[in-house]
Design a protein around this ligand. Structure first.
Ligand SMILES: [Zn+2]
Length: 449
């Protein structure tokens, strides 16, 4: 029997409901596509994936899959089926700020501008903005997101339609004596985020984390306390590091527009004038703590930083945000050097206060323009396999494999060019998407038999 995408939508809950959805009418669903891009070995022509409840349970050539599985067939037609995309760094709080802040002369001016915009927003505006962001991310085939929010108290009002790692963004620059209190209330809010579906006991770890905003906005005590909680609760940490030239100037030279701005709001300058941001970060935490950190940006690195990274025994994960980097005009991201040092590198969109959309396809294309020698396959890994690893879910997300979560997206394809090139070039809403076994997006008429 053949089922259209539209009828597939009607058989499953469209909402991501924490794994407590009503039983599916279908025990097994066989999803056939022109090509299945597993990100684990060669793509499979005329392939199929079998989904049972929230898991992938089998995959292979359609003819073989049909012979060994009973279940409803759903034919995506001339489409490529790939793992759902993972956005490793995003702030959905600011979805409503798209096109509101033109590029500024200095990073400090941009901080002033976003602070001005934020002062106009009510909690209701933020909730609407976050919801709008989720809807957009989903449209572009993102099925997992690492989302930083400065308002963790709003989390209980939001039902994410996709897998979400909530990171509470923490800033204590105006009240360093309140670091513990700020963290405590964030952790309490994160605890109210509601149950998340467990993919496997072995995966472990909560799907929330803490995000001291940056070295220049979060105190040493705040970083230290977050690290302590992360060890205790087995959670991840993320921060912005070495993003702008002005951040480098703050810490290495004790000068520049950002330094002046920070001074004007009373930030102590006792850690300024000696070290690069990276040296301060690595020096303060030590090797032991590094693997818990997902570090966003790292655009501004000195030669001494590369030496430091070379001799660092353990590695953190890195998120590069290509379009946000372009918007700000930061230094070029040292992709090849960081990759050769063995770092796991992912892509992220950052927020719409410095980007135009939440499309990871657009992010891949921008990266490809910057690094034309990197294969499209490797670029796709930066929004699938690599971020799954950064989120400690490399055995559950980011690939199409038996036992992995049923997070899948489909994009139209042809036989004319390399499939990975076609995926990176894809520039539209995805035609079909599934998260945790639920079809969450389907363009009527895009899939047929
Ligand atoms: Zn960011």
């Amino acid at each position: 029997m053949c089922m259209t995408a539209h009828s597939a939508v009607s058989t499953v809950s469209p909402k991501f409901d924490g794994g407590h959805r009503p039983p599916l009418q279908l025990s097994r669903m066989i999803v056939r596509a022109r090509i299945v891009v597993t990100m684990d070995g060669a793509p499979i022509d005329n392939g199929a994936v079998v989904v049972s409840e929230n898991r992938i349970v089998d995959l292979g050539k359609f003819s073989e899959i049909k012979a060994r599985n009973a279940g409803e067939n759903f034919d995506l037609g001339e489409q490529a089926l790939l793992p759902g995309l993972i956005n490793a760094h995003c702030h959905l709080d600011y979805t409503c700020l798209r096109h509101k802040i033109p590029p500024q002369k200095s990073f400090a001016d941009w901080i002033r501008a976003i602070n001005g915009e934020k002062s106009e927003l009510s909690p209701e505006d933020y909730v609407a903005s976050i919801r709008e962001g989720f809807a957009e991310a989903k449209t572009f085939g993102t099925t997992t997101i690492a989302n930083l929010t400065a308002l963790p108290e709003l989390i209980p009002q939001i039902e994410p339609p996709i897998r979400t790692w909530w990171f509470a963004e923490l800033i204590d620059i105006r009240a360093p004596e309140r670091a513990n209190e700020i963290i405590g209330s964030a952790v309490e809010s994160l605890g109210r985020a509601g149950p998340e579906p467990v993919l496997s006991e072995a995966e472990g770890g909560a799907r929330w984390g803490l995000a001291p905003h940056a070295l220049f906005t979060a105190s040493k005590e705040l970083f230290r306390r977050c690290e302590e909680i992360a060890q205790h609760e087995n959670i991840l940490l993320t921060t912005h590091l070495a993003e702008s030239r002005e951040e480098m100037e703050v810490f290495r030279d004790a000068s520049g527009p950002l330094y002046d701005f920070l001074k004007s709001i009373g930030r102590p300058a006792d850690d300024c004038g000696d070290n690069t941001p990276l040296a301060l970060f690595v020096g303060a935490l030590g090797d032991r703590a590094l693997p818990r950190w997902i570090v966003a940006h790292l655009n501004e690195l000195a030669e001494s930083d590369f030496d430091l990274l070379k001799h660092t025994n353990s590695k953190f994960d890195i998120v590069h945000c290509p379009r946000s980097r372009n918007y700000f005009g930061h230094s070029p991201f040292a992709f090849e050097r960081l990759r050769s040092l063995g770092f796991n590198i992912c892509l992220g969109t950052d927020s719409l206060a410095s980007n135009e959309s939440l499309s990871l396809f657009a992010e891949m294309r921008t990266f490809q323009k910057e690094f034309p020698s990197v294969s499209a396959n490797e670029i796709l890994r930066m929004v699938t396999v690599n971020p799954a690893r950064a989120l400690r879910h490399e055995n559950a997300l980011g690939q199409i494999q038996p036992g992995f979560g049923a997070d899948l997206v489909a994009v139209p394809c042809s036989t004319s060019t390399d499939i990975f090139e076609q995926i990176v070039a894809f520039n539209a809403p995805v035609s079909w998407a599934m998260v945790n076994g639920n079809v969450i997006a389907s363009v009527p008429g895009s899939a047929g038999c």
